[in-house]
Ligand binder design. Structure first.
Ligand code: SF4
Length: 395
């Protein structure tokens, strides 16, 4: 494995918390520009003279994921987490996203898709975490909020339809940059990590009798854009609730790749670790959040919840049968019946595909109720901080 000194890596832009690069390693293969242009739909859509010489970036990290020589990587935050663990005055709490537990094993030469939840929790305890929680807890909160908001939009008509999902921070930034007219359509629900952070610093701290000002919240994710999301100005709900200044909801984000890199630096034999369980409080969830990692997962979880809220009945087996839209493989559509409602829904991955869909939707004036957009290929499972594909297994 390549152990680069941290100091030679610099942020891709001074205010970009997600991506860093080491210029001298670049072999000019152009794969980063290619994915940013052909799949993300950002590179080549603007002129630097119009942006004050600043590159537009939606923080998805797909450039890092395809870089064959790790010239571009996620910005490493695990050294800061390690420092927090060494500080006896800090309480370090890890929260893990669904896609990490099925990808982390690949970094240790386990078969692709190995389910390593127990070993992952054991690793985080061995690295010194005081508590290890499941972000699926907050994914349940996101599902309830998204479903309730959708029902309100349909029944009270106080906000426009379709409702777009908002839990992918790259999609949110993309919409802010390229489709600002759509912002009233974005769900007001925070992402699971956006809810997990303040819930830990308020509810969990109270239940466990912890001083919230000592808590260091660390999200372990497939996603480089979460490094951007947690630093958004509005992600400080706990601060107001607790009446404390400078308390961020989530303090650090480390990716699946970063976690593996950290474990290897500590010479931890991941494969031999005995399984460990999450802490009980905020370590258990309904299971709805597990499907968040795949494209269509947020949509399915929210619609199932909406179905139960509206009909007070269990969801039928064949409830959601999404069909690809011809010519647009990254877009799937369905019409879903809930009681006397016929809901037209669409699921999209890839922001360039989202723009194509939006343009078509505006041209044809079709009516939709709910649209999920995730930036990465196949959803978070293909996140910018996940193990690289076989071709590009590097760093
Ligand atoms: Fe992050 Fe998932 Fe969005 Fe990719 S699809 S940017 S991993 S939230």
């Amino acid at each position: 494995m390549n152990h680069l000194p941290m100091s030679v890596r610099v942020p891709i832009e001074t205010d970009n918390p997600s991506i860093q690069r080491e210029e001298s390693l670049c072999i000019k293969c152009g794969q980063c520009r290619e994915i940013c242009s052909s799949y993300i739909g950002v590179h080549n859509t603007y002129r630097l003279e119009d942006t004050n010489n600043k590159a537009v970036c939606i923080n998805c990290g797909q450039c890092a994921n395809v870089c064959p020589v790790s010239s571009i990587t996620e910005t490493y935050e695990y050294p800061d987490v390690r420092k927090a663990i060494a500080d006896p005055d800090k309480i370090v709490i890890f929260s893990t996203s669904p896609s990490v537990r099925i990808a982390l094993g690949e970094e240790f030469a386990m078969p692709d898709g190995s389910f390593v939840q127990g070993k992952m929790v054991a690793l985080l305890r061995k690295l010194g975490g005081d508590y290890v929680l499941d972000t699926n807890f907050a994914a349940d909160l996101t599902v309830v909020e998204e479903a309730s908001e959708l029902i309100e939009r349909i029944t009270k008509q106080q906000a426009p339809l379709p409702q777009f999902t908002s839990c992918c921070p790259s999609w949110v930034k993309y919409a802010e940059t390229y489709h600002p007219d759509l912002l009233p359509h974005l769900s007001s629900s925070k992402s699971p990590i956006g809810m997990q952070g303040p819930t830990i610093k308020t509810y969990f701290a109270k239940q466990m009798n912890l001083d919230p000002s000592k808590i260091v919240n660390v999200a372990v994710t497939p996603c480089t854009a979460k490094k951007f999301e947690i630093r958004r100005e509005e992600m400080n709900a706990a601060s107001g609730y607790l009446g404390l200044n400078n308390v961020r909801d989530m303090d650090y984000v480390i990716t699946t790749r970063e976690l593996a890199k950290w474990a290897k630096e500590e010479d931890i034999d991941f494969i031999s670790l005995e399984d460990s369980d999450y802490d009980r409080l905020m370590g258990e969830a309904s299971g709805a959040g597990v499907i968040f990692g795949n494209t269509g997962g947020v949509m399915e979880a929210a619609l199932r919840t909406a179905y139960e809220y509206i009909t007070k009945e269990a969801v039928p087996e064949d409830f959601l049968n999404l069909q690809p839209v011809r010519g647009l493989e990254a877009v799937k559509e369905a019409t879903v019946t809930i009681a006397d409602l016929q809901l037209k829904v669409a699921v999209i991955y890839g922001t360039k595909a989202a723009t194509e869909f939006i343009n078509q939707w505006k041209e044809t004036n079709q009516s939709y109720h709910f649209i999920e957009v995730m930036t990465c290929p196949g959803g978070c499972i293909g996140g910018g901080g996940q193990p690289k594909g076989t071709l590009f297994k590097g760093d």
